[in-house]
Design a protein around this ligand. Sequence first.
Ligand SMILES: [Zn+2]
Ligand SMILES: [Zn+2]
Length: 383
Amino acid sequence: MTMNETTIDELKAAPSDLEVPGTMRAWTLGDPNELKLETRKTPTPGRSEVLVRIDAVAICATDLDVISKGPPALINGGLPFNQDFTPGHEYMGTVVAAGPGVDEYTIGDRVAVEIHAGCGQCRRCRSGMYTSCTNYGRNYGEQDKGHRANGFTTQGGFAQYAVNHVNTLVPVPDQMSDAEAALAVTAGTSMYGFTEMGGLLAGESVVVIGPGPIGLLAVAVAKALGASPVALVGTRANRLAIGGKLGADVLIDGKSEDAVARVRALTGGIGADYVMDCAGTEQTINEAIHMCSRGGKICLAAFPHGLASIDLAHAVMNNIYLYGIRGEGKSAVRRAMALMAAGRFDATLIHTHTFNLADLPEALRYARERVDDAIKVVLRPQH
Ligand SMILES: [Zn+2]
Ligand SMILES: [Zn+2]
């Protein structure tokens, strides 16, 4: 484990060997919270697939849910436990083998990897909404629709290699570090939220609630797309400070200030054009509704774990639109990567810790308990 700056140099020194070994190391989920590092056969890519040597994989809060509870992972129609399943979904790496029909990528190409390939044949996939595939998890037995979501319905990234559909791959610029490229998936989720709310943000006001990884990069993406002003609501000073570095014009301490009143004052009394709630509590969803302007839009990028009592009447009477999002659809990772490649924001500001493959349990503990104020913890599977 090292801090940010050292880490990037170390990641650039990742092994350049492109030869594919017959076996690889992979973490396998047994019972809940039981992970075993095993040696398995290296998978072979099929039609329209490549084998990616995983050079960096970031840990996400959803990984913690999958490992302890199961959903949203769905393996063979059921819970992911004791099914030789490898979690991990926010990864990047190097193409080391290509299956039949692949001419889009060549051996040695560095790629970031979107999570969802979808089935490609349901109504949602056909309209480009492959993260809302209606055949989610149906990729086994007689009902095999070919749905793929790395680390949820197919093998994931806490391993040295993984097979990926070409549709999920996004080229990584030469100068970008492995760790930064792995964060393109997170930035893609933030980008997808804005896409679903309407997409064009220049000159419009945006409030992000919750400075976790998606919230912090939502600030960065909104700023890069020209939103003005961009406000961030949080409760921890150090997280708000990072939001400031990523482009937030206004930082609001949700503990000591009335966030709704601050946003109303900031927007001439009318409220924000867009609110992205990345905290997902009953309180923050209600704040989002009350700080949103009449006719404004709210993206629900996180959710309460139980039922929530929210002021729907206020939303309805004010023509406020609510958007739920799943994952990073409509090629959002590719679009987020374009902003990152152009240097429009520094995603590595949220990368705090790095571990080797064998240290996954400790890396997960850092992410879960926010040890040393961990935000994004990155694993290096080739080390
Ligand atoms: Zn994730
Ligand atoms: Zn589908």
